[in-house]
Design a protein around this ligand. Structure first.
Ligand code: 0GY
Length: 297
C-alpha cells in the first residue's frame, strides 16, 4: 500500500460548495458520482490512466447532505480499475442510501457478484473512452453480459459521440436496460437538431430499453460557466422527449476537468433550467432513479 501523488494538472473538487437555491424534492438521488480512495486505504489501480486527489465517502456523504440529496448512485471510477472496494465501502456504509455501478471482469466468481449485489450494486459500466481505458473487443463485454444476466443488473455505457455509429450494432444488441452517460457526450457547438445528436435521439426513440443521464454540463460546455448555456438545449430536449428515462447526477468529484471546477451547489441550480416543471424535476430526480436502483430485488 503506497501513497499516491495526484497528477500535476489535477483540479481538486470545490472545497466549499454553496447551498443551492433550488430546493431538491424529498427523495432526490444523485445518480452519478464517484469516490477516489483515499489511496492509502483503497489503492489506485496500477493500470489507471490518471491519479486523482483523494475524495472519499465522508466527503461524498457531506456533499449529499449539503446539497439536499437523499441518496447516491456511485459509479466505479476507472482509476480504481476492477477493484470495487472503495465503491462497495460507500454502499455498505450508507444505510441503504447508496447503490453502485461496478466495473467487473468476466472471471469474477458468482460469489463475488452475489456479494456485490448484496452490497447494492445494480449495474456494470462499459467504458469506451480511450483516455480512460484501453478498448476491449465486443466478445469481452458479451461475457460480462452473460455473467450479470441472472442478477438483473443493467449496463451503463460511457462513450464519445463519434463512437456511437461505430458501436451501434453492439449497443442495440444489448437486451438489458442500458443507461448512457452524459447524453453520449454531444458536441454542443453543433445544432441540437443536427445529424449527430439526432443519431443519439434515434437510439432512445427506437430502443425503449435505453435511458440517458442528462449530466455534466461542466464537461460538455464550450461557452463555460456559470450558465453552461450551450448545454441547456441538449439536456432539455432529452428530458422533454424521454421524461421517464432520464437521470441526473453531480459527477462529483469531477475527474479530469481541465478548464474549471464547478461549485456543486451551482450545478444543482442548473437543474431547473433543463427540467423546467415540477413534474419533470420529480421524474428526473426521484421517480426514475428510485425505480431503477431501489426496486425490490
Ligand atoms: C465521469 C467522466 C470521466 C471519468 C470517469 O471513471 C472515470 O474515470 O468516469 C471523464 O474523465 O470523462 O463520468 O466521471
Amino acid at each position: 500500500m503506497g501513497t499516491f501523488t495526484m497528477d500535476a494538472d489535477w483540479l481538486s473538487y470545490c472545497a466549499n460548495p454553496s447551498k443551492p437555491e433550488f430546493v431538491l424534492p424529498p427523495g432526490s438521488v444523485d445518480a452519478h458520482c464517484h469516490v477516489f480512495g483515499p489511496g492509502d486505504q483503497f489503492p489506485y489501480a496500477p493500470e489507471r490512466k490518471y491519479t486523482p486527489c483523494d475524495a472519499g465517502r465522508d466527503e461524498l456523504f457531506a456533499l449529499r447532505d449539503l446539497l439536499g440529496f437523499d441518496k447516491n448512485v456511485v459509479v466505479q471510477a476507472t482509476c480504481h480499475g476492477s477493484d470495487n472496494s472503495a465503491m462497495l465501502d460507500v454502499l455498505r456504509s450508507s444505510g441503504d442510501r447508496a447503490r453502485g455501478v461496478a466495473s467487473i471482469r468476466p472471471d469474477f466468481s458468482s460469489d463475488q457478484l452475489d456479494e456485490m449485489h448484496e452490497a447494492g450494486v445494480r449495474a456494470v459500466r462499459f467504458n469506451y473512452v480511450r483516455r480512460l481505458v484501453d478498448p476491449k473487443p465486443d466478445a469481452y463485454y458479451h461475457q460480462i453480459v452473460e455473467r450479470i444476466a441472472p442478477l438483473g443488473w443493467h449496463v451503463v455505457l460511457y462513450f464519445e459521440a463519434a463512437d456511437l455509429a461505430e458501436r451501434w450494432n453492439f449497443f442495440t444488441s444489448l437486451d438489458s436496460l442500458v443507461v448512457i452517460d452524459h447524453m453520449g457526450r454531444p458536441d454542443v457547438t453543433k445544432p441540437v437538431d443536427g445529424p449527430d445528436f439526432e443519431l443519439f435521439l434515434r437510439l432512445l426513440r427506437e430502443h425503449e430499453n435505453f435511458w440517458s443521464k442528462v449530466t455534466c454540463p461542466e464537461r460538455l460546455t464550450v461557452t463555460g460557466p456559470p450558465g453552461y448555456d450551450d448545454v441547456v438545449p441538449f439536456a432539455r430536449k432529452v428530458i422533454e422527449e424521454f421524461p421517464d428515462r432520464v437521470l441526473w447526477g453531480t459527477d462529483w468529484p469531477h475527474p479530469n476537468l481541465k478548464s474549471h471546477m464547478p461549485d456543486d451547489g451551482k450545478l444543482v441550480d442548473f437543474i431547473p433550467r433543463i427540467a423546467t416543471t415540477e413534474a419533470l424535476q420529480h421524474q428526473l430526480l426521484v421517480d426514475n432513479p428510485t425505480r431503477l436502483y431501489w426496486k425490490e430485488s
